[in-house]
Write a protein that binds this ligand. Structure first.
Ligand code: ADP
Ligand code: MG
Length: 200
């Protein structure tokens, strides 16, 4: 933790940081995907990262939820140093994140309802709570009319809304969305951004 200076420590007292990156680099086969990134995200903050294809946006999200380890630097999530997370505590860390993947990663042979409910079932939630919460997030994303549909029968926008509902259902502290507007026209993209902004 040699990178944290006194002035950073003073900032800590004032700020409610939930994500902090200190001099983070990630190399793949010696080539930098992320180079010396410093980032400080507060609770409730809405951050939008843009950049050309290959800029390292997906890599940044991956090092946050530990799909990848950094090559250099430190990441603190809610005060936890990711370098010190043991594999047994990894599921607990992951539960702090709601992920919306670029390709949605919905399970094709499970219904809309089942795709969302799986998160809470895996976390051992009670069936009553699961039913209520799943319907609540599906209403929020306007997908409650399609609970029995299978993902391949949905439009791209509908699949995305199921992916958002699945990300929200565990009430995560942090929502990460990779290219949330990538495949949308400008009007739909604005609606999606407004939605994320509204829940942050
Ligand atoms: N698993 C990997 N193995 C090797 N190189 C990778 C891997 N993942 C990403 N990269 C490289 O890292 C760079 C950043 O990629 P990425 O984070 O996917 O960019 P973006 O999401 O901004 O398009 C690219 O040059 C990409 O080829
Ligand atoms: Mg990407």
């Amino acid at each position: 933790m040699g990178n944290i200076t006194n002035s950073d420590m003073n900032q800590d007292l004032k700020k409610n940081s939930i994500i902090r990156l200190f001099n983070v680099s990630k190399r793949y086969n010696g080539k930098f995907a992320l180079k010396d990134i410093n980032l400080d995200i507060e609770q409730g903050e809405f951050i939008f990262i843009s950049g050309p294809s290959g800029a390292g946006k997906s890599t940044l999200l991956k090092v946050l939820y530990l799909a990848e380890r950094v090559s250099e630097g430190q990441i603190l999530i809610d005060g936890m140093n990711l370098a010190r997370i043991s594999s047994s505590r990894l599921p607990l860390l992951r539960r702090r994140f709601g992920m919306v993947f670029q390709d949605f990663k919905l399970i094709p042979n499970r219904t809309v309802y089942e795709n969302v409910a799986l998160v809470l079932e895996a976390a051992g939630e009670k069936p009553d709570y699961t039913r209520k919460k799943v319907m609540q997030v599906l209403r929020m994303t306007d997908m409650d009319k399609k609970i029995k549909a299978f993902p391949p029968a949905l439009s791209g926008g509908e699949q995305q809304r199921v992916a958002v509902a699945r990300a929200l259902v565990g009430e995560p502290a942090i929502i990460l969305a990779d290219e949330p507007t990538g495949s949308l026209d400008a009007k739909s993209a604005q609606a999606v951004l407004d939605f994320y902004h509204g829940i942050s």
